[in-house]
Design a protein around this ligand. Structure first.
Ligand code: SAM
Length: 284
């Protein structure tokens, strides 16, 4: 049975079935970066993801759910919370949901959230922390997968360097599987990253196909660590490679030239985690 307090009152939910509705048009426009930048918002799909985002204090602008989801307790609860926090709730047809998400079989619940980026100046890596820095990452699937993997590996956040893909694009957000709400993300330039590195007291471990150090031999617990990954096509530019404390290589077998960026990041992060955990267990 639904608790009445968890049910938004009639009039607080707008029913929309037309694709030409201006609110729907604005939400659909969020598929373009320029509109996301202008509004400072982005779209995320899935009930669980929306509930997680609420729990982590993200600001919701608009909750959109399928007509078929009306009356479901969990949906009514997030709708009531959205209204209580001043957000808008839309009940829409399947056609509208499909148009917004640009997918057949869309999720029954999607939401528009306010973007959050952390300023680099506020990041002070602490003992035992590992951060990931990405040079000009281009593929939204790679970026989302890296955010998700960093979350799973216990990393502290992501530093985006230079012209990178938008972490709030629908494809990147999808690939994070919700970790976009728990991983701090910051954006910076090469010059600002190198200046920050000097005062942050962290060890920057660059990864490079010509790295001189086997990634398994590095002491990841000596200082807070930033693992720096190169661009998908070009790898790390000299300016960044020269600013690293170590350049690590993941030895490969077979004929592949290199690992996929997200896979290489996962290998590095879980190696750092293994070192940090064994340190915590043995105190050695
Ligand atoms: N053609 C690029 C190059 O020459 O560096 C390949 C880039 S690779 C697809 C993307 C990034 O993943 C690299 O810049 C590096 O950070 C990391 N990476 C991939 N394989 C690696 C390996 N075996 N050792 C160290 N880093 C690796």
């Amino acid at each position: 049975m639904n608790d009445r307090r968890n049910t938004p009152r009639v009039g607080q939910v707008k029913e929309i079935t037309s694709l030409s509705n201006p609110i729907v048009k604005d939400i659909r426009a969020l598929s373009q970066k320029k509109n996301r930048d202008e509004s400072g918002t982005f779209l995320a799909e899935g009930l669980k993801l929306v509930i997680d985002a609420f729990e982590q204090g993200w600001t919701i602008h608009t909750l959109i759910y399928a007509k078929a989801a009306r009356g479901k307790q969990a949906v009514e609860e997030v709708a009531a919370k959205t209204v209580a926090r001043g957000g808008l709730v839309l009940e829409v047809s399947e056609k509208v949901l499909t148009a917004i998400t640009r997918r057949d079989n869309p999720q029954a619940v999607i939401a528009v959230f306010e973007q959050q980026l952390k300023p680099l100046s506020g990041i002070r890596p602490r003992e035992g922390e590992t951060w990931v820095a990405l040079d000009r990452v281009r593929d939204p699937g790679n970026l989302g997968t890296i955010i998700r993997t960093a979350d799973a590996a216990g990393a502290s956040g992501i530093i985006l360097i230079g012209e990178t893909v938008d972490p709030f694009s629908m494809e990147a957000v999808r690939a994070t599987m919700g970790s976009v709400f728990s991983m701090p993300v910051t954006r910076t330039s090469v010059a600002d990253f190198l200046a920050w590195k000097k005062r942050a007291g962290a060890s920057v471990i660059g990864t490079h196909l010509k790295g001189s150090v086997d990634y398994r031999t590095i002491d990841y617990k000596a200082r807070p660590t930033v693992i720096l990954m190169g661009n998908e096509q070009a790898g790390l530019p000299d300016e960044l490679a020269e600013g690293c404390d170590r350049l690590a290589r993941i030895p490969q077998a077979g004929r592949a030239d290199s690992l996929n960026l997200a896979v290489a990041t996962g290998v590095m992060l879980f190696e750092a985690r293994r070192h940090l955990l064994s340190f915590a267990e043995t105190g050695a």
